[in-house]
Structures are given as structure tokens and as C-alpha cells.
Design a binder for this molecule. Structure first.
Ligand SMILES: [Zn+2]
Length: 94
């Protein structure tokens, strides 16, 4: 069986600092704080971010996106789907 040569241990300066218990350098890292994400559906949850604002407003989240809810939302302002159904005789959605 062939002998494999063990790769050299790469020690970056950051890894050396970490292994020696040194803390992070001052004034170069962004503040990593807890923020609240507020969705337009009303659902809120907490996460961590380097954002300076305490809240993040989003339009859609996993509580209301059709992919996760399993429901289909049809945006049909011009009534084209109804016209298609009348023309081709398909049943309207419940
Ligand atoms: Zn939502």
C-alpha cells in the first residue's frame, strides 16, 4: 500500500490568534447584533446581523410565501384567467 504524505498544517495568523485565545482586533469588525425581521404578513422572527438598524422589513417570509404554505396566489387584475376558462370550459378554482 502506498504511503500518503501528510499535508503541512497551514496556520493562518487568524487561526494562530484563535488557538492562542487572543480576542478579535479592535475597531475593524462590524457589530454583530440581534435584529428583528418583520414581514408584511405580520410574522416576526429574530436573527443576527451586522445591520445598524434593529429591524428589517421584508415583503415575504417562509410563513406566507406560497412555496412554503402550499397555496397558490393568482394575481389576475385583467380577468384573463376567467376569460380563458369561459372560452375553453375549464372549471374555476375553488
Ligand atoms: Zn410573511
Amino acid at each position: 500500500m502506498r504511503d500518503f504524505v501528510k499535508p503541512p498544517q497551514v496556520r493562518t495568523p487568524a487561526a494562530q490568534n484563535y488557538s492562542q485565545g487572543k480576542e478579535m482586533k479592535d475597531n475593524i469588525h462590524p457589530n454583530y447584533t440581534e435584529i428583528t425581521v418583520v414581514c408584511s404578513c405580520g410574522h416576526t422572527f429574530k436573527t443576527k446581523s451586522v445591520m445598524t438598524k434593529p429591524t428589517l422589513n421584508v415583503e415575504v417570509c417562509s410563513e406566507c410565501h406560497p412555496f412554503y404554505t402550499g397555496t397558490q396566489k393568482i394575481v389576475d387584475t385583467a380577468g384573463r384567467i376567467d376569460k380563458f376558462r369561459q372560452k375553453y370550459g375549464t372549471k374555476a378554482a375553488a
